[in-house]
Design a protein around this ligand. Structure first.
Ligand code: PPE
Length: 314
């Protein structure tokens, strides 16, 4: 269960956790009109650090733009507010959930005359796909549900409405005894998990579906592609036929919540040797060394919470 923290940021000020409410007739409730983010803040020796904060906020502003939503706060204003949010809630590590939604006003699909509300919340969130998922891997299926066709719901936008499709994928997977489902795109090529991007390793090369295969442009996806490049492992974005999942040497999911999670079977067919592969492990090591601050942040991916505090109090 979600454990409350002290404060939530709403339209420019901090309110108590319990007071972060919306009316049931808010536009978002009937019509799914929200865009949001999921960001992790990691504990390091120099205090909490937020991973790729500005990249996440940029994606949220992009999502809002796609849906013609006026956010009313700049990227830098939101970045400062997120840092302050983590600071006031005094958490060493957490998951941060910024949400932009169409609020209470008119009813009807249109929504553009309804107020746009911005909330920033955070809480402690452990391993997304189970405690030992990172080491042991997860069992997944190919879903009978597909990701939306490109001219239906835009998957480059991280919109609340997209997650009704994700729920169908996840519920079917769980109902059939799997940890997660992999969706195909409208053309039948591999797309992504209900809340993760997917990567495949074969013959020392990494493949991942392109943005045109109805995937979210994942920040962790981008991180892994860059780290792999630096480790000298070739990465290609290419259409992946379903059967390639069955003959892969390694498969793994990436996501803010899922981090880098190995997949050990697909449709009950073991992936490679049926356990975490060496390239997956190498990428995990690299990723965690950076976010946990044991390796220098050469990419400028970390926003320290304490350093920003000084900026804030200027
Ligand atoms: N695809 C989907 C559909 C998705 O929801 C996520 C994140 C990703 C890919 C990976 O994107 P990124 O986090 O930028 O690497 N899913 C978020 C929501 C999880 C939830 O259940 O809520 C997340 O991982 O935070």
């Amino acid at each position: 269960m979600l454990r409350p923290t002290e404060k939530i940021w709403h339209n420019g000020s901090f309110i108590d956790w319990e007071d972060a409410r919306i009316h049931v007739l808010s536009h978002v409730v009937s019509y799914g009109s929200s865009v949001f983010e999921g960001i992790r803040c990691y504990a390091t020796a120099r205090g909490p650090v937020i991973f790729r904060l500005r990249d996440h906020l940029r994606r949220m502003l992009d999502s809002a733009r796609i849906y013609r939503m006026e956010v009313g706060f700049s990227l830098e204003e939101l970045a400062a507010a997120v840092v302050e949010l983590v600071r006031v809630n005094r958490l060493a590590s957490c998951y941060i959930r910024p949400i932009v939604l169409r609020g209470y006003g008119e009813m009807g699909v249109y929504g553009c005359r309804n107020p746009v509300e911005v909330f920033l919340a955070c809480w402690e969130w452990g391993r997304y796909l189970g405690e030992d998922a990172l080491a042991s891997g997860v069992d997944v299926c190919v879903s009978s549900w597909r990701r939306p066709a490109p001219d239906t719901l835009p998957t480059m936008a991280k919109a609340g409405a997209n997650y009704m499709n994700s729920q169908l994928i996840k519920m079917e997977a769980v109902a059939n005894g799997y940890d997660e489902g992999i969706a195909l795109d409208a053309a039948g090529f591999v797309s992504e998990g209900s809340g993760e991007n997917i990567f495949l390793v074969r013959d020392g090369r990494i493949l991942t579906p392109p943005l045109g295969a109805s995937v979210l442009p994942g920040i962790t996806r981008d991180t892994v592609m860059r780290l792999a490049g630096e480790l000298g492992i070739p990465v290609v974005e290419t259409l992946i036929p379903r059967e390639m999942l069955y003959i892969a040497d390694e498969l793994f999911f990436t996501g803010t919540a899922a981090e880098i999670t190995p997949i050990r079977s697909v449709d009950r067919i073991p992936v490679g040797a049926g356990r975490r592969g060496p390239i997956t492990e190498k990428l995990q090591k690299e990723f965690f060394a950076i976010v946990e601050g044991t390796k220098p942040d050469a990419h400028g991916w970390l926003t320290p919470v304490t350093a920003m505090e000084a900026v804030e109090n200027r």
